[in-house]
Design a protein around this ligand. Structure first.
Ligand SMILES: Cc1ncc(COP(=O)(O)O)c(C=O)c1O
Length: 464
């Protein structure tokens, strides 16, 4: 017999079950006090389709939801405390709302943390990628190699400059772009590589930089997942020609929305600054139209500026930077907490053979922006989609990162990419589930996620 169990009779209105199916009181109702128990006599596929996801889980797993609170445990979430709020209020009460002193202070804080000379803060991680492609000189006809397993922004930034994103498949263990595949994709048109430190695990940067050197390419590292990560003892941010961070609320620290490009190159730095402000320069030494710039005494007109490139308004506000500065104080403890949660998951799932847990290379310290497990469908009675749905019904806010970019309709239509073009990425995608991980996550939440995984996998393992 299969039972649906709930406190509320109304939960069953979608099932189409008749009152007569209600068993009360009976043995089960006595065990599970004050709950309503329905017996499903003749299940039809149509009946199941109409079931709310949470009931579906109860039906299939046959238990109660692990997470009893009505809200999902999200996969990621910011942590803003009173000190952060105070700093933002202070900034709002100052003379500057937008282009004030906090911006440079924030840029110096992040670049200093990573051990890099320059930082340019912009309005999002996407804007940072776009600005880096501009600074790298990407133009129509140029090719840029990146990973299919990333957020679309990594590839889109190339398109914004008229270039062509070319994908190289990933390594099956780290899910990072595979240097061997990169080398295969290099052509005379290739200008840059955008490796993505997926989930916060740094790529094989030495190998990627060696390829870049051989072919004279620029490396723009998309480290939106990897603030606080390390590669061979060095902070991510200091290792590539340009490195991108995002400060979206699910990332390691947040300002609401912004991004940053870090670089040791003065040339890139100057281009990035101009790009975020409409392509405009106010530096007299750079003016092209000297006759317009100078007055009859050969002095520069005080109002003068020149737009020399097509730039954008990618600026960030002073009060966002005040928040960023305050959040930076907590970055190390935030990363540490993420690592603790990842270690607890690794330990708890060591015995769950039906899932593959993330690895961490010997020479890196991963920052665990996300924690992705892969489902061994060959060992389970149901597939990833079903497991996902059941975990959501357990109030675990699982997610999937990412749909391979080459399978997005825009990319398929524009470049003819199709299924099976990147088999390792596609196989990974079919099995991936992102579990909650964020610094403010309580130990109790972590244990609830573990219990839900153990319960759901246990219920569907093939030999059970
Ligand atoms: C790998 C990667 N690149 C780029 C971005 C874009 O960052 P933003 O959302 O700040 O524009 C994201 C954001 O999720 C990301 O995960």
């Amino acid at each position: 017999m299969i039972c649906l169990i709930s406190d509320r009779e109304t939960d069953f209105r979608f099932t189409g079950l008749k009152k007569s199916s209600l068993i009360k009181p009976n043995k089960i109702a006595t065990i599970i006090k004050s709950r309503v128990v329905y017996r499903l006599g003749n299940l039809t596929p149509g009946l199941l389709d109409n079931l709310d996801a949470s009931l579906l889980a109860l039906l299939r797993v046959g238990g109660r939801r692990i997470e009893k609170e009505s809200i999902l445990i999200p996969y990621g979430r910011q942590w803003i405390d009173d000190r952060d709020i105070l700093e933002v209020v202070r900034a709002l009460s100052s003379d500057w709302i937008t282009q004030g002193p906090k911006i440079e202070e924030y840029e110096k804080k992040v670049s200093g943390y990573c051990g890099v000379k320059y930082g340019v803060a912009v309005s999002s991680g996407t804007a940072a990628l776009h600005a880096a492609c501009f600074a790298a000189g990407i133009k129509p006809g140029d090719e840029v190699i990146t990973s299919p397993i990333t957020f679309v922004a990594s590839a889109n930034s190339v398109l914004y400059q008229g270039g062509r994103p070319v994908f190289a498949d990933i390594q099956p263990d780290t899910m990072n772009i595979d240097p061997i595949e990169i080398e295969k994709k290099v052509t005379s048109k290739t200008k840059a590589i955008i490796p993505v430190d997926f989930a916060g695990h740094p790529c094989d940067l030495d190998e990627i930089k060696a390829i870049a050197k051989r072919h004279n390419l620029i490396v723009i590292e998309d480290a939106c997942h990897a603030l606080g990560a390390e590669y061979k003892g060095k902070k991510v941010g200091s290792l590539s020609d340009m490195t991108i961070f995002s400060f979206h609320p699910v990332k390691h620290i947040t300002t609401g929305e912004d991004g940053m490009v870090l670089t040791n190159s003065k040339g890139f730095y100057e281009k990035l600054k101009i790009f975020r402000h409409h392509g405009i320069t106010k530096d007299p030494a750079d003016f092209i139209n000297k006759d317009l710039a100078l007055n009859h005494n050969s002095k520069v007109n005080p109002w003068f500026y020149e737009m020399q490139h097509l730039g954008y308004n990618y600026r960030i506000t002073d009060f966002q930077c005040a928040l960023g500065l305050s959040q930076m104080e907590k970055l190390d403890s935030f990363v540490q907490r993420r690592r603790e949660i990842a270690a607890r998951y690794n330990e708890a799932f060591a015995e769950v053979k039906e899932i593959i847990t993330p690895i961490e290379g010997n020479n890196v310290k991963a920052a665990y922006h996300i924690y992705v497990i892969q489902i061994r469908e060959d060992m389970l009675k149901i597939g990833r989609n079903e497991i996902f749905k059941t975990l959501r019904a357990e109030n675990i806010g699982v997610n999937v990162h990412y749909i391979p970019v080459h399978l997005q309709p825009y990319y398929q239509k524009k470049f003819g990419y199709k299924k099976d073009d990147y088999p390792i990425s596609e196989k990974y995608y079919e099995r991936a589930i992102t579990l909650p991980i964020f610094p403010k996550m309580r130990n109790e939440d972590v244990e609830n996620v573990i219990k839900a995984i153990v319960k759901v996998i246990g219920c569907y393992r093939r030999n059970s």
